[in-house]
Design a binder for this molecule. Structure first.
Ligand code: PLP
Length: 459
């Protein structure tokens, strides 16, 4: 009988995260004076223990026991062979995925929410603020704050707030307070509403609100938390790829192709970075981050210095960006509606170590429905972007008659995204694609910013 799942015991869980900063060259984040940002400048926003991780270039970083204790609620996550999908496509490819939908909130997001809540707790923080696009990140931080007894406030992008009201209920169940963004609670929110009272919101605006809510709290006991993009967030997510490597080794497999959807880059990097290490050291692997054609950060936007949020509260980050003021079309994958991308992922794309892809909405939902009907799990709309590319690769392997091994990340389930599936079945999902003129217009906001240097970290 063919095995469907490869499992690890709790004792086999990785005890350290992999830090890619030990292996790649990076441009530094810049402050308003154009100079590299020093850790003390970030202190009002993040606790110092997380800032230290953000700038660390130590290759392996220990996972605290208290963090492992909470991760064990659902980890190690299974590596699953998508046998039914293979059969449905008639492909010679062997397709595997990490099932990250099994966490309490339903996605990979608590892999970093748990350590972030833990480090804030250790630093003496009582309240955390954040934004959420899909609602998955807000739920993940709400769940994690409940584990460590921290208060949690979430600014949820308006369009997602309206599309999936039960995400708010989920956060409330874990004790968090969730409001739609833009809100009237912050200058950033009021400003966005004044400019456009009917705005669907964006992650850029919600991030500004959450940072403002943290730094203006005079008690000094509130800090902000980001669910993607930053180095420490991607570091925490590498537990996915480290587990996958062990699981594949158990069955004598190694991936030829690695695929993950990319919003800010965290689930993709979590799976891919431990394998990027191998690629830097000579392994032949194709690695694809996949984004929506309606928000084509990696495939069409330039590699520039830009702010991570609309109100320019964050430093200038070296990344692919559509411009910090850009508000993406209100398509259903809220977690992929971000103007920027993780600097580490951006750097690796710039060096040609990763090959980004963009997919359109109808193809994305078609893929999600096929996976639901074959593998059983209803995927999150974000995950569907990876799935569309997995199907394309599996079909290519069939045409070429190649026994490729494809590994992808099932970043979340879509059980609270059923409005999106209803729209798809009703024929209401539109393909959204940005034109070059729209990209050029959105890029005006960083015309005067410094440019990152072209660096090469390949050995
Ligand atoms: C299920 C799911 N997958 C993917 C993403 C994209 O985020 P990231 O690129 O940081 O993994 C999100 C973000 O909300 C998500 O909820």
């Amino acid at each position: 009988m063919e095995h469907r799942k490869v499992l690890l015991t709790e004792d086999e869980m990785p005890r350290q995260w992999y830090n890619i900063l030990a292996d790649i060259a990076m441009n530094p984040p810049l402050g308003p004076d154009g100079n590299p940002v020093t850790p003390d400048k970030l202190a009002p926003v993040f606790p110092m223990n997380l800032i230290e991780q953000e700038v660390s270039s130590q290759r392996w970083i220990d996972i605290p026991e208290e963090v492992l204790g909470v991760l064990k609620i659902w980890r190690p996550s299974p590596l699953v062979r998508a046998l039914n999908l293979e059969k449905a496509l008639g492909t010679p490819a062997r397709i595997y995925f990490k099932n990250e939908s099994l966490s309490p909130p339903g996605s990979h997001k608590p892999n970093t929410a748990v350590p972030q809540a833990y480090y804030n707790k250790v630093f003496g923080i009582k309240r955390m603020t954040t934004e959420t696009g899909a609602g998955q990140w807000g739920s993940a931080l709400a769940f994690s704050c409940a584990q460590f007894g921290i208060e949690c406030k979430v600014f949820m992008v308006r369009i997602s707030f309206d599309q999936k009201p039960y995400r708010k209920s989920m956060m409330a169940t874990w004790g968090a307070n969730c409001v739609p963004s833009p809100s009237l609670e912050t200058n950033a929110g009021r400003d966005a509403l004044e400019k456009n009272p009917d705005t669907p919101g964006s992650l850029g605006i919600a991030i500004s609100e959450a940072i403002e809510a943290a730094v203006t709290d005079t008690s000094g006991q509130t800090r902000y938390s980001l669910g993607s993009v930053l180095n420490h967030v991607l570091l925490h997510q590498t537990i996915i790829g480290l587990e996958a490597k062990k699981q594949m080794a158990k069955i004598n497999e190694y991936p030829d192709v690695i695929i993950g959807c990319a919003g800010g880059g965290s689930n993709f990097a979590g799976l891919a970075f431990p394998f990027v290490y191998d690629k830097i050291h000579g392994k032949q692997i194709e690695i694809y981050p996949v984004e929506p054609a309606g928000c084509p950060t990696l495939t069409k936007a330039p590699f520039v210095y830009d702010h991570g949020d609309t109100s320019k509260y964050t430093p200038l980050l070296p990344m692919h960006s559509l411009g910090h003021a850009f508000v993406p079309a209100p398509f259903h994958a809220g977690g992929l509606r971000y103007h920027g991308m993780a600097p580490t992922v951006s750097q690796l794309v710039d060096e040609g170590l990763l090959t980004p892809k963009a997919v359109k909405q109808k193809e994305v939902f078609e893929a999600g429905v096929l996976l639901a009907r074959t593998e059983g799990i209803i995927p999150a709309p974000e995950t569907n972007h990876a799935l569309a590319t997995v199907i394309e690769e599996a079909k290519k392997a069939k045409e070429e008659g190649k026994e490729k091994v494809i590994l992808f990340n099932w970043s979340g389930h879509g059980l609270l995204d059923l409005t999106a599936y209803e729209s798809y079945f009703a024929g209401k999902i539109q393909d959204v694609e940005m034109t070059q003129a729209e990209i050029t217009k959105a890029a005006q906001v960083f015309a005067n910013h410094p440019r990152p240097q072209s660096l090469k970290s390949k050995r």
